[in-house]
Design a protein. Structure first.
Lengths: 264, 168
């Protein structure tokens, strides 16, 4: 990889100042960024480590229905720390990569990267959640903006994510065997007032909510899914799976996921 | 160049490194500890696995400067001061859990980290935990057996038992 300047600030203010430089990039856990640097897919002039900033750490219960995760919360911490409070999110985090990746990778890093086969985008979009940045609060429905893209501006960083805890929820992933990423992943969450089905790995435009399934599940429960068939959203088609296969997986995983959640 | 200080297997290492230097390169070049291997260099094979403050990390996918002040344990740091192998190392020997040996340091580090968190894992838990370690000899069965043996505290893993196994 090309060399760069490296700073490791211990406050959010210092990190934001360091990020004002053109071509500076934040470094979270680095589990995607380091391989990208090695492949020279990115060549920042400066990396700003977010690892030592206290404001970005910690898991906090907020009232009865919410939990707030600092952006630097690692997958391993979510897997172990939320197993009771938000088991679906703990399952999702505990299935990312492998133990070493989960000891470095963070929720903020994963969401900001928005890999179309990553798990966290489904967890966020499948939850009634809010992404907090240094500038604003963004509802989960308006955070993602296409493959590897979010609405974050240059120099804007995620500071925390607040999840509203659902009545019941689950996450299922059909792994692409070589990479461990989701060939298809489905996150299901039912709240008192609405229900969410978010799909990762399958959509041509990245993670999406499957509106027809949400409607069918809300009206008729898991059994009603059979009537709507596979999703009509534009499916990805690549060497790992054809679009028809992905669509079938989305339908099947959604059925299994909703049943698992409702039996919990 | 930036100054870096960390501790590897209890020894303080101070070095001036480029920002792009990976942790595994500091361990191998500055620490002169070549038991930590570089297999794929793309964060997949786990041959470079080390413990950073007690938690397993792929040293090829962490910048050295991110390990400032950290305590690193490599395969060389697992044996006792008297040279006696760790329980996991002895289990790998007893159960023939290596063929070419290239993946072994990473496997043993991962397995050691697993038993620290989960002292008696099921076979499924062991296999799930080894997700990030690839054995190019595909010797997984004996690796899993070795980890079960290390977890089974009634298994003495002593020399006589090893000889018996070797001569079967």
């Amino acid at each position: 990889m090309y060399d760069f300047e490296f700073v490791r600030p211990v406050s959010l203010a210092d990190a934001l100042t360091a990020l004002e430089d053109e071509d500076a990039m934040p470094l979270a856990g680095g589990q995607t960024l380091l391989p990208s640097l090695k492949a020279r897919l990115v060549a920042p002039s400066k990396l700003v480590s977010l690892a030592q900033i206290p404001e970005l750490h910690g898991i906090q219960r907020v009232g009865a229905d919410h939990v707030r995760l600092g952006a630097a919360t690692r997958h391993a911490d979510v897997a172990s720390g939320l197993s009771v409070l938000y088991p679906a999110l703990a399952i999702l985090a505990g299935g990312i990569g492998d133990p070493a990746v989960r000891n470095r990778g963070t929720i903020g890093g994963s969401l900001a990267n928005n890999d179309p086969a990553a798990c966290y985008p489904a967890g966020l979009l499948g939850s009634d959640a809010t992404v907090h940045t240094n500038l604003r609060d963004l509802p989960s429905d308006s955070f993602f903006d296409g493959l590897f893209t979010t609405v974050l501006d240059p120099g804007e960083i995620i500071t925390a994510v607040t999840f509203r805890l659902p009545v019941t929820s689950h996450y299922l992933k059909f792994r692409q065997l070589a990479s461990g990423f989701a060939l298809v992943g489905v996150f299901y969450a039912r709240y008192n007032d609405h229900l969410r089905v978010a799909v990762t790995g399958a959509g041509e435009g990245g993670v999406f909510r499957w509106a027809e399934a949400e409607k069918a599940l809300a009206e008729g429960g898991p059994d009603a899914l059979a009537e709507i068939g596979a999703p009509r959203e534009t499916m990805l088609s690549d060497l790992h799976a054809f679009a028809e296969y992905r669509a079938a997986l989305v339908a099947e995983l959604t059925a299994r996921c909703s049943r698992a959640a409702e039996q919990r | 160049m930036q100054s870096l200080t960390l501790e590897i297997n209890g020894a303080r290492v101070r070095s001036d490194v480029e920002a792009r230097t990976l942790l595994v390169d500091v361990i191998r070049r500055e620490g002169r500890l070549t038991g930590t291997h570089v297999g794929c260099d793309t964060s997949q094979c786990g041959a470079c696995m080390v413990l950073v403050d007690g938690e397993q990390v792929k040293a090829c996918t962490m910048l050295a400067l991110e390990a400032e002040g950290a305590h690193i344990t490599t395969i060389e740091g697992l044996a006792g001061a008297d040279g006696r192998l760790s329980r996991m190392q002895r289990a790998f020997r007893k159960y023939h859990a290596l063929q070419c040996g290239f993946c072994t340091p990473g496997m043993i580090i991962s397995a050691t980290a697993l038993l620290q968190r989960n002292p008696s894992p099921s076979e499924a838990e062991i296999r799930h935990h080894l997700e990030g370690n690839i054995c190019r000899c595909t010797g997984y069965h004996n690796i899993v057996r070795a980890i079960r043996g290390a977890a089974d505290l009634t298994d003495p893993l002593d020399d006589s038992a090893e000889l018996e196994t070797l001569h079967v």
